[in-house]
Design a protein around this ligand. Sequence first.
Ligand code: NAD
Ligand code: TDX
Length: 352
Amino acid sequence: TSIAQRVLVTGGAGFIGSAVVRRLVRQGRAVLTYDKLTYAGNLASLAEVNGHAGYQFLKADICDGQAFRAALQEFRPDLVMHLAAESHVDRSIDGPGDFINTNIVGTYTLLDEALRYWRSLDASAQKRFRFHHISTDEVFGTLGADGLFREDTPYQPNSPYSASKAASDHLVRAWFHTYGLPVVMSNCSNNYGPYHFPEKLIPLTILNALEGKPLPVYGKGENVRDWLYVDDHAAALELIATRGRPGESYNVGGNNERRNIDVVRTICAIMDRVVPDAAIGPREGLITFVADRPGHDARYAIDATKLTNELGWEPSETFESGIEKTVRWYLDNGAWWEPLKARYDRARIGLA
Ligand code: NAD
Ligand code: TDX
């Protein structure tokens, strides 16, 4: 196919972005990772593709319009996949400023330059070009016991993070309707898997459980998230970017709703089986209920039937298969996460 032969990936050194980059490079596409390398960006996540023919890395900020303009002119992508963001809800509560800058101003800056670039292309290149904005189900707010988020669910973001992502979604939509920039959008549920920064619930639980440290569970642990294995998300993103209809948004989710306490217990059971430690004892004993997150959304769950019906996407991992793989990946890849413990204050990345 002639589509998406040259892909610029913002946030390609992050958790999901690096999974996307690894996938696209394996397929033989030319890829440019455009990433500022904040605390969440890690070149070690791209070791597999580094040095590969057709792969390039550029350290740059999405708020820097001149840098992005030069990257477009030099790399000449036919697809931009925009994943760069401040992504951690708890950090957005402690300090929203970076979220406003990167997620809102940064997305505006990319749209402004992408439009200029798109207008400079010839008609056939214009027709092929796509700007894919990657977003979250958190823009829809919170669900009660029933119901699922659909693409037409009203936006009701509740955290500074989700509000900044909602704002960016609205900007992307406006650039399609007002200027005709060929955009596609997607909103995904919680991802998990290899290369996930240890501040997030699943890797945090694995690493603390390994060392016999407390496992912090917010509130009563009854909040529900819909978990998707990161490579299943990367596969969905490729389909949406290459075959999604311009101007449309697609929800992505794993049909794997779990209460946080059950996620943590599942990880404890796998760790007890795979790396039993008599000095630590059953890991469930490490679970510690702590103060709840302010504004903590009760439940997220995704209806992904549009993506399945239009583009034929199906996740390949269940939560049970994916979490087993994930635990084993962390146990086998200390070389990836050990340096993070040395580089950052343990508390700052959530480790006890
Ligand atoms: P992440 O925090 O792991 O990675 C973010 C990446 O963006 C990092 O490499 C970082 O260096 C880079 N970055 C941050 N600010 C930048 C800037 N100003 N300029 C250039 N690069 C910058 O995030 P993630 O979990 O991989 O999420 C990727 C995207 O997917 C985000 O847009 C996020 O909102 C969305 N998303 C994430 C999840 C999830 O569960 N993790 C679910 C749905 C949607
Ligand atoms: O120590 C913890 N204890 C705990 O109970 C942490 C870090 C989290 N939690 C809870 C809060 C959430 O209900 O676990 C759940 C998952 O928390 P996070 O891993 O922080 O993820 P979440 O807030 O759900 O957001 C994630 O999914 C949607 C990503 O960070 C977002 O970028 C994405 O948009």
